[in-house]
Design a protein around this ligand. Sequence first.
Ligand SMILES: Nc1nc2c(ncn2[C@H]2C[C@H](O)[C@@H](COP(=O)(O)OP(=O)(O)OP(=O)(O)O)O2)c(=O)[nH]1
Length: 214
Amino acid sequence: MTRLVLASASPARRTVLRKAGIEPYVHVSGVDEDAVQATLGPRATPHHVVTELARAKAAAVVPALPADIVADAVVIGCDSMLLLDGELQGKPHTADVARARWRSMAGRSGTLLTGHCVIRVHDGRPVGESSADSATVVHFGTPSGDDLEAYLDSGEPMQVAGAFTLDGLGGWFIDRIEGDPSSVIGIGLPLVRRLLGDVGVGIAELWTASPDPA
Ligand SMILES: Nc1nc2c(ncn2[C@H]2C[C@H](O)[C@@H](COP(=O)(O)OP(=O)(O)OP(=O)(O)O)O2)c(=O)[nH]1
């Protein structure tokens, strides 16, 4: 049976796949995202940046996988960033940066881009690849000063692209989205289904009969 390999440390991506019936084999890529982005140059479009980062993560994992996995696998890399005022934003990492971002984006909208790359591996060799990014417009609410500080104190916004989550505490501050919710969380299920089809894999081949509904 073809095994789905998730080239990501993201617990959010793992959870999305598990709830959708797939227990991924996880192998973190360890890719230096800043270094990859630097090689793309200043004229790289936001769509190209997230897709190339996703490709770098998937490609980095293939040679490191055990033989029994790479006998028959699809390796998926992803990268999510928020495009706001023409600037790509990753994780804020600090409360000060997250606060400044929320003060800028409250009451406005941005586009959450998630790059995806699927590499088909058979008998240890890459035999197919397909990549694309998904774009979801996110309309941000306006948290009160107290709510924003409490959100920052939770630590959540510092660890996620765009300083918000759709499915966590951040959900209280997202008015609506235009696009695929799973790609905002970190891995777009309908897009991955299409990319898997591009490399000859049907999604129903991969999922277990009993998805994790938790
Ligand atoms: N649960 C949740 N997580 C989100 C949401 N939006 C973004 N994130 C997370 C997903 C990713 O873990 C993170 C985006 O950073 P990256 O795409 O660089 O992935 P990350 O560094 O976590 O892992 P990776 O580089 O794939 O090993 O932000 C959301 O709405 N909900």
